[in-house]
Design a protein around this ligand. Structure first.
Ligand code: CRA
Length: 826
């Protein structure tokens, strides 16, 4: 793994253009076994990828050496999801080799864009939580924090979304079809994990707390890692992904010999299914055995690896919490708490109290939701079967915890019942969030409002019991991917204005742009950047949907998973209102708009799949109406993912963040859009509040109920009253009911109407009038070009706080207490 090439003088591992070209040709020859004359597209891509990747390997080796030398406290980030985005451009940027590729590619007669078409993004996550994990890892590396991310190498990532007759169809995401040049297998570090079986008392343990588990089934976890380079630093961390493999004995040779081909590989299939697919549900649980298996597989492999790494430089267990801090990304990896207890007590023979003290000091938990249905629980019956020893450990943890509770609140049985890790009714289940809080040092929410509501509602009893455990760490996003890579034009303009690229690692420097918001020449250039980005987006929209949109129209975007609480249906009611207005008054002078939706619905989430159909149906009706389509276009861009986000976000004028207040934990798309100069229309929810505080109320379109008002209204809410009172709302709902968007079929979208007029769970009708009026104010503001551009500039200038570098610094200060380790420069 040594890098024998001459060392460049700059802080880039790029070397010279000639050396890069030489390496390319030699990699093509020796790695792909082909020549320039006969290379295919994938050959070209793969060769470029490994040539760039190799420039990171030297840095990685030096990082590992520096970490070994320093023996620091490490952050281990455990997450069931990572949405890393495409790797090629990122790594060209981080290695400083971007500059070489264009001239070389030109020489060779291919374009970077052609090669990039083969750069598949690993879709190992659903949405915000998975992308947050990737942003935090990017920032940890950039800040030289010794860290390892652990996750699962799903064979199939988040499904690919297509539309057939407007309905979502899901196709498997075979992301490694062409191989994954960014990944290094590490077979020597494989682990074995057990499932099922039985437990028995340990002979020499009078306390009865140590027991022996004999699993009935074992599976191998094979790791590979992807490199996570820091920006502007030689640090390269890794993310280690586990893939399930059957143990070699699983192949039944005798059955195969007897012609029983299916039966012969049955065990293999069963074992390898564990890492087969990412569960494509966002915030709701399916309660499936395989999912629990996945979760345990991830934590069991990762903990063994963490202990292996710890033991490279340390002996004994006393120092473990000083050297290891494990961050649990939501509840999916929370079984790690019980697994560490099992390892320490049963296998390393520590006594219970010491093991518990070590465990509690090692873990921290980030909660990402407020929705009760998203709080994971597992049935005791399933746990007893799949992980019998872990269930016993949970009972013991709960027993000691409830003793603590009883001592604090003597006689308060209600309190005990509410705090217990075990839910008793209607069936016995393990509350993973409770286990997480009990077993962690710190618990954090992901935006100020979220943290406050967690402490007041969802985790209230815990916040009363242990107030000092609760922290807020507002989410952030990496400016490298979401500004520099996604929006090179804006980045150049910013760099020119600020004098250097320092803002990319110190994002609050963007505030110096605020002065430029009054400079007409600057505003003109800002607008020009936006326009060019919108032209790019227009091409993408036309390519993937055939719809032609006007780059000068207001680009109004709502990009996020389809979920009722996010209220895509409220946006749709607004769209239909504009449609109705134009139909009624064809001559009206309406601000031209392109409304762009992007997002997937969980395959089993029928209400949202129907809403997707409705969005597509409305789009079709609007876009083909000769009058309406002159002012309004509606597009649902298929297969929204990180790569598409990178095209949409730089082009957006208006950012839709319209969840019902009190439901969106934070949101991170809101931050990405504001940083790229989109103005937000939003409710007082999640991080919207903090965005508004920073950009100023005059640069943010606020509407709707706040969290408290929403709770109060919910108690006596009657959506029909709003429908009856407001003619425009009635017309919009009636339009859906009438079948105009379904070729006259009144039944197709009836469930959408029924949900709105029936319960309207997320109070869309209550917020409708305020929302439409706010959108009218948006249109008025848009007509004043300079006013709008000023708002746009100020949104970017004042949202530097939302860099994930700041988020990571806060985790370091409040929770992790880790120090950076400097790596020898190139
Ligand atoms: N769905 C929240 O809903 C938040 C991200 C990242 C979510 C978002 O509001 O920005 O996490 N929660 O913190 C989640 O996945 C399991 O809960 C999300 O992405």
């Amino acid at each position: 793994m040594t890098d024998a090439r001459p060392r460049p003088k700059m802080r880039t591992v790029g070397g010279t253009l000639e050396a890069f070209e030489q390496d390319l040709i030699s990699n093509l020859y020796y790695q792909r076994g082909t020549t320039l004359e006969s290379a295919s597209g994938p050959d070209g891509y793969h060769t470029l990828a490994v040539t760039v990747r190799d420039r990171l390997v030297g840095r990685y080796a030096r990082t590992a050496a520096a970490h070994y030398q320093a023996n620091p406290r490490f952050v281990y980030y455990l997450s069931a999801e990572y949405l890393l985005g495409r790797q090629l451009r990122q790594n060209l940027l981080y290695t400083g080799t971007e500059q070489f590729v264009r001239p070389i590619a030109e020489d060779l007669g291919v374009s970077l864009e052609e090669l990039e078409a083969y750069d598949v993004e690993p879709g190992l996550g659903n949405g915000g939580l998975g992308r947050l994990a990737a942003c935090l890892l990017d920032s940890m590396a950039t800040l030289d924090i010794p860290a390892v991310g652990y996750g699962i190498r799903y064979e199939f990532g988040i499904f690919k979304q297509a539309f057939r007759d407007g309905a979502q169809v899901e196709r498997p995401d075979d992301w490694t079809f062409y191989g994954n040049p960014w990944e290094f297998p590490a077979p020597d570090d494989r682990q074995v994990v057990g499932f099922y079986g039985s437990t028995a008392p340990a002979l020499d343990d009078p306390s009865g707390l140590r027991r022996q588990w004999t699993p009935a089934e074992t599976v191998r976890g094979e790791p590979s890692h992807m490199l996570v380079p820091g920006y502007g630093t030689p640090t390269v961390n890794i993310i280690r992904l586990w893939q399930a493999r059957a143990s070699r004995e699983s192949f039944d040779l005798s059955r195969f010999g007897a012609g029983q081909y299916k039966e012969a590989v049955e065990d293999i299939v069963q074992a390898e299914n564990i890492s087969k697919v990412l569960y494509p549900d966002d915030s709701t649980e399916q309660g499936r055995e395989l999912r629990l298996k996945q979760q345990y597989f991830l934590v069991a492999c990762s903990l063994r690896d963490i202990i292996r790494r710890y033991r490279l430089r340390n002996t004994g267990w006393d120092a473990f919490p000083a050297k290891v801090v494990i961050q649990l990304n939501d509840t999916h990896p929370v079984m790690a708490i019980t697994e560490l207890m099992r390892l320490l007590v049963d296998e390393y023979r520590l006594d219970w109290d010491l093991a518990w003290s070590i465990t509690r000091r090692t873990f921290n938990y980030t909660c990402h939701t407020l929705l009760p249905e998203a709080l994971e629980t597992w049935s005791v019956e399933l746990l007893e079967r799949l992980l019998p020893r872990h269930m016993e450990i949970i009972y013991s943890i709960n027993h000691f915890f409830l003793q603590e509770v009883a001592a604090t609140y003597p006689g308060d049985l209600d309190k005990m019942r509410r705090l217990s890790i075990i839910q008793e009714y209607p069936e016995k289940r393990v509350r993973m969030a409770h286990l997480a809080v009990v077993g962690s040092t710190a618990v954090n929410g992901v935006a100020e409002l979220h943290t406050r509501l967690l402490a007041e509602t969802t985790l209230r009893d815990f916040a009363e019991l242990w107030p000092q455990k609760f922290h807020n760490v507002t989410n952030g996003v990496t400016p490298r991917r979401f500004v520099r890579l996604a929006n090179p034009r804006l980045s150049e303009l910013i760099t020119e204005r600020l004098g250097d690229e320092g803002w990319l690692t110190d994002l609050e420097r963007l505030d110096r742009l605020a002065g430029a918001a009054d400079d007409p020449a600057f505003l003109e250039r800002w607008r020009e950047v936006k326009r060019l980005n919108k032209v790019d987006l227009t091409h993408q929209v036309e390519r993937s949907t055939g719809v032609v949109v006007d780059p000068d129209a207001l680009c109004d975007v709502m990009i996020k998973r389809f979920h009722e609480y996010k209220r895509q249906h409220l946006k749709l009611l607004h769209v239909i209102t504009l449609f109705n207005r134009l139909r009624e008054m064809p001559e009206m002078d309406m601000v031209p708009r392109t409304v762009l939706f992007g997002g997937k619905a969980a395959p089993g989430y029928h209400a949202m799949k129907l809403l997707i159909r409705l969005v597509n149906a409305v789009a079709e009706t609007v876009n083909t109406d000769p009058v309406v389509s002159r002012h309004l276009k509606v597009v649902l861009l298929p297969d929204y993912n990180v790569s598409r986000a990178q095209v949409i976000i730089p082009a957006a004028d208006l950012s839709e963040q319209i969840s019902l207040a009190g439901k969106e934990a934070s949101g991170t798309g809101n931050m990405k859009l504001a940083l790229n100069g989109a103005v937000t229309i939003g409710t007082l929810d999640g991080a919207n509040i903090e965005i508004r505080d920073r950009v100023g109320a005059e640069n943010f379109f606020l509407f709707g109920l706040d969290a408290q008002q929403a709770v109060d209204l919910r108690r006596h809410y009657e959506p029909r009253a709003y429908y009856e009172r407001d003619p425009e709302l009635r017309a919009a709902v009636d339009a859906i009911a009438s079948g105009v968007f379904a070729k006259g079929d009144r039944s197709l979208f009836a469930p959408v109407v029924d949900a709105m007029l029936g319960r309207d769970e997320y109070l869309a009708l209550a917020d409708y009038r305020a929302y439409v009026e706010c959108q009218d104010a948006v249109a008025t503001a848009w007509r004043d070009r300079d006013r709008w551009t000023r708002m746009s500039v100020l949104n970017a200038a004042r949202t530097g706080f939302f860099s994930s570098d700041r988020t990571v610094r806060e985790y370091c200060d409040k929770i992790w207490r880790v120090d950076p380790v400097r790596v020898e420069p190139d």
